[in-house]
Design a protein around this ligand. Structure first.
Ligand code: FBP
Length: 558
């Protein structure tokens, strides 16, 4: 028998809250036709069957006696497949629980199949049936281990056809893909293909990623962001208390989040560090690595002048991609590596750096050569299957700590800096991705899954499950569906223009950044740390049921 912690046992009994409308009788309300966020003609041409569909909202239906909003009162059973795709995010198991419960309400004979280890499970026909006893084991737990996840990109016709074979064999008529921007792009491509070939399989996406960058007017948050930020903020708070106790270290803390700085910004709002770098600001101001180092060193010197030789620096994972010169270097590297992958793989490790230096344009070659050897090599590591630089493998926290140290050493010679500078470096990412979901994520995820089952019963395809108004109590949340094509634009991937869901980066004119920018000078000089403590599941609502500060500020609720 599997042993469980007391918290796991207590938490298993938690009943996620969901939009009140889904517990009663409801119907689908359709909005007007939609357009993609950019490149309308190109996106429309690539998705002729599912482009332009309306936004959907489930609303109460007092006349209809069916709880799912359909005209009939008896649903035939439906077989549904589910895929967890990309990086883990807290709450994925509750999405599955929501889908399961939703399709069982439609008809108790409905069945749910999980494809193993991500999209490759569909193509390789690796699956398992998710029965009630299995789903019950995983309710309100973190992780994706119920079926596992993976990053295989579904993009080729052969993959779609291979997938269709197993869908037909299992009589699956709807597939839910739980993933981030890249995976929901896959969902959209698959939905178009199955619609165009009359395959009879609906495809629904669910917005997942701790990075928080899959959001827009209609999708207000990606699940997992809330829990991950709370976990990181807890440990940063603990570090701040440690550093305020011993007063001898500067902590350089890199935070996951890929390109966008949402996680770093949210953590900054929660813990009030001395410095938080926001990549999007770095790009907007055209800052070089040296400018960033100068900024950090200036704060260190200012605090040292007040006798404070300690502090915290939050660094977003994707920072290097946002310094214009580095961005230019990475773009050339990406294209070069995409076109010369085989040759590069043959070069011996110790010769790789010189090889790259010899191949790049003069300016990029110079910059590449100036980087510490380890970081230079990290920039050439394999891209992920979607062509993204694996920023989690680039040790920006070490790079900056070293560069600041060198700068202070120079400043010390002229008396510009007087102090002691000792550093500790950290990278928080994997620690938070599989945490037990906060109440917010447990409720949000369950609602997203349940909504996906409603979209299925309404016969929809090419939609992302959407739950909005989540700063209000859960019974007031709004459930519906957003056409995935509405979020798309064309971007260069692996050297080619491809349709992808537009990433939401931190907006410098939005409330979360503005609030941070208004406070940061004081946080830099004073020591105004906040110690959020661990996520709480039981207790007063102001402790247990709060959404992120980012979301509250975005919705004007602070
Ligand atoms: P998703 O976009 O797939 O949700 O991934 C999130 C993430 O945690 C990023 O923050 C991080 O850069 C990346 O995954 C790490 O990837 P891997 O899990 O392959 O190490």
């Amino acid at each position: 028998m599997i042993k469980k912690s007391a918290l796991q046992i207590a938490r298993a009994a938690y009943k996620p809250k969901m939009p009140a409308v889904l517990s009663g009788k409801f119907k689908v309300e359709e909005g007007t036709a939609t357009q993609s966020v950019a490149n309308q003609d190109e996106v429309k041409a690539l998705f002729p069957n599912i482009y332009g569909m309306p936004v959907l909202k489930f609303i109460a239906d007092t006349d209809n006696s069916c709880s799912c909003g359909c005209a009939a009162n008896i649903h035939p059973p439906v077989n549904v497949g589910v895929i967890l795709s990309g990086g883990q995010a807290p709450g994925g198991h509750n999405v599955i629980a929501g889908i399961f419960d939703g399709i069982k309400v439609l008809n108790s004979e409905s069945r749910l199949f999980g494809f193993i280890l991500g999209p490759s499970g569909l193509v390789e026909h690796k699956y398992m049936e998710l029965t009630a006893d299995i789903v019950d084991e995983y309710r309100n737990t973190g992780g994706f281990d119920i079926i596992g996840s993976g990053r295989t990109k579904l993009e080729k016709k052969e993959q779609f056809d291979k997938g269709l074979e197993i869908l037909r064999e299992l009589k699956i008529s709807a597939l839910v893909i739980i993933g981030g921007d890249d995976s929901n792009t896959n969902a959209c491509i698959l939905a178009e293909y199955y619609a165009s070939t009359g395959a009879g399989v609906q495809v629904i996406g669910c917005p997942k990623t701790i990075d928080g960058d899959l959001k827009n007017e209609m999708i207000e948050a990606s699940f997992g962001f809330d829990t991950a930020c709370k976990v990181y903020s807890e440990v940063i708070g603990n570090i701040q208390r440690d550093c305020n106790s011993s007063r001898k270290y500067w902590h350089f803390i890199k935070l996951m989040g890929r390109s966008a700085s949402h996680i770093a910004l949210e953590c900054a709002l929660q813990v009030q560090p001395n410095i938080c770098i926001i990549s999007e600001e770095v790009e907007a101001k055209g800052m070089s690595l040296d400018d960033i180092v100068n900024e950090i060193a200036s704060v260190v010197a200012r605090r040292a002048a007040n006798g404070n030789d300690f502090g915290t620096v939050l660094i977003p994972e994707g920072l290097v991609e946002f310094c214009p010169a580095m961005k230019c270097l990475l773009a050339e590297l990406n294209d070069f590596l995409a076109n010369n992958e085989a040759e590069f793989k043959m070069i011996k490790r110790r010769e790789k750096r010189a090889y790259i230096i010899s191949k790049l344009s003069a300016e990029n070659s110079k910059l590449y050569e100036s980087l510490p050897e380890q970081v230079a090599l990290q920039l050439t590591l394999d891209r992920d299957p979607h062509g993204n630089v694996q920023v989690s493998l680039i040790e920006t926290e070490k790079l900056l700590a070293e560069m600041v140290q060198r700068k202070l050493y120079e400043w010390a010679k002229t008396g510009k800096y007087v102090g002691r500078f000792a550093t500790q470096v950290h990278f928080f990412g994997y620690e938070g991705r599989c945490a037990a979901p906060s109440n917010y994520d447990a409720d949000y995820c369950y609602s997203l899954g349940y909504t996906a089952s409603c979209l299925i019963s309404a016969g929809k395809t090419g939609y992302m499950s959407s739950v909005r108004n989540t700063t209000a109590p859960a019974d007031e949340w709004i459930a519906g569906g957003i056409p995935i094509t509405m979020m798309m634009n064309m971007e260069k991937r692996h050297g080619e223009m491809k349709p992808v869901i537009q990433k939401a980066l931190v907006k410098l004119d939005d409330a979360p950044f503005k609030v941070y920018a208004a406070e940061r000078d004081r946080w830099a000089t004073e020591t105004e740390y906040i110690y959020p403590g661990p996520i709480q599941y039981f207790g007063p609502a102001e402790v247990c049921d709060q959404p992120t500060i980012t979301l509250k500020l975005e919705q004007g609720k602070v």
